[in-house]
Design a protein around this ligand. Structure first.
Ligand code: NAD
Length: 366
């Protein structure tokens, strides 16, 4: 069994609360499975600003660079919101981390257990068995990074702003490879989402995805869908997707829509995988809950730890190759929640438990 060497960046508000519980689950599993844990905690976000003067301190980046993965909490909150935009915890910590480690593949499971369908804004007839889909978003290219990106005053005095959507074939191929891996671990169905009817980048996207899948993954059933239709289909019948892959901006929007139809942010995890391999020859990645720091409930001991615990499972799967143990953790979360132990965000007015008791129930299932 490998030694798990990872950085723990808990962040702010509920970040440290749910991280403590996620580590408790991991310690428990490590003891059962004979894993050696070698993790190092470091400040990030507001904690980085308060203790080191910047959201991503050099010492934190060094610890991440010396690790095989990053387990991330969440950053930001009212305490730092008056800072200039570029110094804001999210902007100044997460974006540089993504850039530094070329975290190009954002994998977001959209998971809603059948027993929690009341948490979804969709009518339960549309999702009788809950929701179980995966969004793969390209994270380092496209409109958010393309140059030119500027605002200029024109000779006639009007003001013009430009963003540039740019993709290389090689960038599309590597996200397609990540999507194929995800599809192979599930039903071998992949839907590629683009706007090939109007965008040059999407024409290249569709051509490249089609050719890459035909050459490298003939076992995968590939379909294509326009992004506007995908937004509609997600609310009409989300389970028609199994795995869908899309470029950065479409993925930003569609993955948030997916989170909304899945109910509470407290249940959703995500993985951002890098171009580089870690010391085990597996993808280096950053694993985090989909939600933010939830300042409204911080310090009350009521935050849902499941998203952070499920992020641990993703880390074990992708960066440490421990699929069976990842599945054990996912099954324990599911059993605890569907068995009736719920934090307030998924209790629908029924009696609820706090962060620690929720974790105890998950550990009991392990
Ligand atoms: P949020 O996700 O923190 O909270 C939205 C709602 O969801 C709140 O009502 C909150 O209580 C609830 N919620 C979120 N996680 C929960 C959990 N684990 N258990 C129970 N309920 C939970 O979004 P927000 O309020 O818009 O943002 C708060 C701060 O978090 C902001 O500073 C924002 O910039 C930051 N943020 C950080 C990240 C990140 O670090 N990746 C992501 C999103 C937002």
């Amino acid at each position: 069994m490998p030694t798990l060497k990872f950085a723990v960046l808990a962040g702010d508000y509920i970040g440290p609360e749910v991280m403590t519980e996620a580590l408790r689950v991991l310690e428990h599993v490590a003891k059962q499975e004979g894993l050696t844990l070698a993790y190092t905690k470091a400040d990030v976000g507001g904690a980085g600003i308060d203790n080191h003067g910047k959201a991503l301190p050099d010492s934190t980046l060094k610890i991440c660079s010396e690790s095989d993965a990053i387990l991330f909490g969440s950053v930001g909150g009212p305490k730092w919101e008056k800072l200039p935009t570029l110094e804001q915890p999210e902007r100044a910590a997460l974006l540089p981390l993504r850039k530094h480690f070329t975290l190009f593949a954002n994998i977001r499971p959209g998971l809603l257990y059948r027993e929690l369908t009341d948490a979804s804004p969709l009518k339960s007839e549309r999702i009788p068995n809950g929701i179980d889909i995966v969004c793969i978003r390209e994270l380092t290219g496209g409109l958010y990074f393309g140059k030119p990106k500027e605002t200029t005053t024109l000779p006639d005095g009007d003001i013009q702003a430009v963003d540039t959507m740019v993709y290389r074939k090689s960038e599309i191929e590597r996200i397609t490879a990540a999507a194929i891996d995800a599809a192979r671990a599930r039903k071998k169905q992949l839907c590629s989402v683009d706007k090939a009817n109007v965008l040059e980048t999407s024409v290249l996207w569709r051509k490249t995805v089609t050719a890459y899948v035909a050459k490298h993954a003939p076992d995968i059933t590939l379909s294509h869908m326009y992004a506007d239709n995908a937004a509609m289909q997600l609310t009409r019948d989300p389970n028609q997707f199994d795995v869908f892959v899309t470029e950065n901006m479409f993925g930003d929007i569609l993955s948030d829509e997916m989170a909304a139809i899945c109910g509470s942010l407290g249940m959703l995890s995500s993985a951002s995988l890098g171009a580089g391999k870690n010391s085990l020859g597996l993808p280096f990645g950053l694993f985090e809950p989909a939600g933010g720091t939830a300042p409204d409930i911080a310090g009350k001991g009521i935050a849902n730890p499941c998203a952070q615990i499920l992020s641990v499972a993703l880390m074990l799967r992708f960066s440490f190759g421990l699929e069976k143990i990842a599945r054990r953790i996912e099954a324990a979360v599911k059993k605890a929640v569907t068995g009736g132990t719920r934090t307030g965000d998924i209790a629908f007015g029924k009696p609820s438990v706090g962060t620690k008791a929720m974790t105890d129930a998950i550990i009991a299932q392990l």
